[in-house]
Design a protein around this ligand. Structure first.
Ligand code: SF4
Length: 331
């Protein structure tokens, strides 16, 4: 049973590290127990992610194939027509998705015609009865308000990594810029989707620090994507080793323990995980996955919807129906 007053917002690094470093079986058992107190462990939320504007981004995130400055083979695509996006959303709904996320490779939202078109898309997807999510870069308070009025349910803005390690990964913005946008999203009454990536060369202490930043927010993000680095050829991180599955499981289990009410989303890097490895992640408390059309997640490979549905069936899991909308409390 949910106990809203059981949520903590004052975790110390030592407490988090002690959880992260527990003997693995113990950690997974405890996380699975917490998962069962807060969620139906048989349900997995299926979210579809569509890149509505691809590549050509002025930022320098070292992990991203969409940064204009890296020589990747990603095809730049201008903002898609609204009708095309709505056709994708309809298809996603018909395939079992309850959330549709639109991503644009922008540094920040500008108050121009493209933003007006995003507003039209948000209205259209909302009318289809899907939870609408966007990830568009940095956002001002008034832009967040416009999105909320159009029916936006969630805004994705990942912390990426720890505050301490941030400059090693991105130089074109600061960790505080991320926090600022998240605050603007909250003020507008939109739910927050925020997590990060592991496998960037960070230490366990950085993972813990990132989780602590999320867990000590005044209100926990409703969604927490945990990504494994997708090593994109042409980016500075392309030669880093693949993240060990047990590190991923530890990260998910720790997220589940300290953010018990949040949806913990298994995101990028899933293509490199076997069904057994993904099952471990679900056991550790992951209860959401991204599917992308054409078997891509933005610009990196991802399992296809049919493959995912087959996996859920094999594991005795089922797609979650659309959540009852919560009213976000203003912070
Ligand atoms: S992660 Fe986002 S902000 Fe960073 S380069 Fe890629 S598209 Fe741009």
């Amino acid at each position: 049973m949910k106990q809203e007053n059981a949520l903590r917002h004052n975790w110390t690094k030592e407490e988090l590290l002690a959880i992260y470093n527990k003997p693995l079986m113990e950690l997974v058992y405890e996380a699975a127990s917490v998962h069962r107190q807060w969620h139906n462990p048989q349900e997995i939320q299926i979210s579809t992610l569509l890149s509505v504007k691809t590549g050509g981004c002025p930022e320098d995130c070292s992990y991203c194939g969409q940064a204009a400055r890296y020589h990747t083979n990603i095809k730049v695509q201008a903002l898609l027509p609204t009708e095309t996006v709505l056709a994708h959303a309809k298809k996603a709904k018909d395939s079992g998705s309850s959330r549709f996320c639109m991503a644009a490779a922008w540094r920040e939202v500008r108050d121009n015609r493209d933003f007006d078109r995003i507003i039209e898309m948000v209205k259209g997807v909302n009318e289809l009865g899907l939870e609408v999510c966007c990830t568009l870069g940095m956002l001002s308070e008034s832009q967040a308000q416009r999105l909320q009025e159009a029916g936006l349910y969630a805004y994705n803005h990942n912390l990426d990594t720890s505050e301490e390690f941030y400059d090693e990964i991105i130089s074109t913005r600061k960790f505080d810029n991320r926090i600022e946008t998240i605050k603007n999203v909250r003020k507008a009454g939109i739910t927050v989707c925020s997590g990060g990536i592991i496998g960037l060369g960070e230490k366990p202490a950085d993972r813990i620090s990132m989780l602590r930043s999320l867990a000590n927010m005044e209100k926990h993000p409703e969604s927490v994507p945990i990504n494994a680095l997708a090593r994109v050829a042409g980016t500075p991180l392309e030669h880093l080793p693949k993240i060990d599955i047990w590190e991923m499981v530890r990260m998910i289990a720790t997220a589940r323990m300290v953010l018990p009410s949040s949806m913990v989303r298994l995101s990028a890097g899933r293509i490199e995980m076997s069904e057994v490895e993904q099952a471990w992640c679900f056991m550790a408390g992951a209860n959401s996955i991204f599917t992308g059309e054409r078997q891509t997640l933005l610009v990196t490979p991802n399992p296809g919807v049919d493959e995912d549905m087959e996996m859920l069936k094999n594991l005795g899991l089922k797609p979650m129906q659309k959540e009852v909308k919560e009213t976000c409390s203003m912070s």
